[in-house]
Design a protein around this ligand. Sequence first.
Ligand SMILES: [Zn+2]
Ligand SMILES: [Zn+2]
Length: 274
Amino acid sequence: MRYLQSPGSDAPVSASAQRARRIRPPARGSRMSRMQSPTPVLDLLFPRRCPVCDRPVKPYGALICGGCAQVPVPVGDSICMKCGKPVEAEEEYCADCAARKHLYYRGMAVYRYRSVSGSLYRFKYDGRREYADFYGEGMARAMERFLRETGPRHAPELLIPVPCSAQRIRKRGYNQAALLARRLSENTGIPASEGLLVRSRDTRAMRGMTAAERQINLKRTFHVYGNGVRLKSIMLIDDIYTTGATIDACAGALLEAGAEEVSFLTLAIGENAL
Ligand SMILES: [Zn+2]
Ligand SMILES: [Zn+2]
């Protein structure tokens, strides 16, 4: 796994990867197993909140309370070979992936949605950006599993967060998927880009549409900036995987622009169709 950093060292990054990097480089000494806050002085002024109980984290300096660490439930060993949803041990694919094709190659998630739903709501709507520090470590573990199960040929060259509309960014101040992509990039050394894929409008207008109408509407929602995507393998990053419609729409836009393969990692995934 040449992309993953060994403790205390920065992974070598090619010149083209450096240019693609639009975000902070890996912090010195950052490593996937570190559970300490990267900003202890700021913690004194603004105590870091726990992603589970939302109270100041105990013990001080940790990213999650000792007693809360077991609450987020990992997807487990048996997952759908396509979308990463938990399945029964004898099943290869979930009901959704067995029934229809997806445009993306393959994806994985870290946690079962129900176990982190309250936390994800605060992460998305209540300004709890600091949760990304804890969740970024889970995403890095999911990346390790992805690389282990798919092989080096499918290693992503670039991470792209599923974009929010400019309107939503103005209202909320940040895109939670971009926070996750930044942390994952710091933890793995794989560059991330927030400018390549854009969302042209808010998709809340989709309420009441049929599945086919949604698909057409979503297809027109995501656009790739730049003169063709020359990267072989791109990985989309988002907080939740539900039906896969958004990931497919993003993957479709990137494939059309020249990407050879698009995979995804999300923080949470539903156990059944949501
Ligand atoms: Zn807690
Ligand atoms: Zn599936």
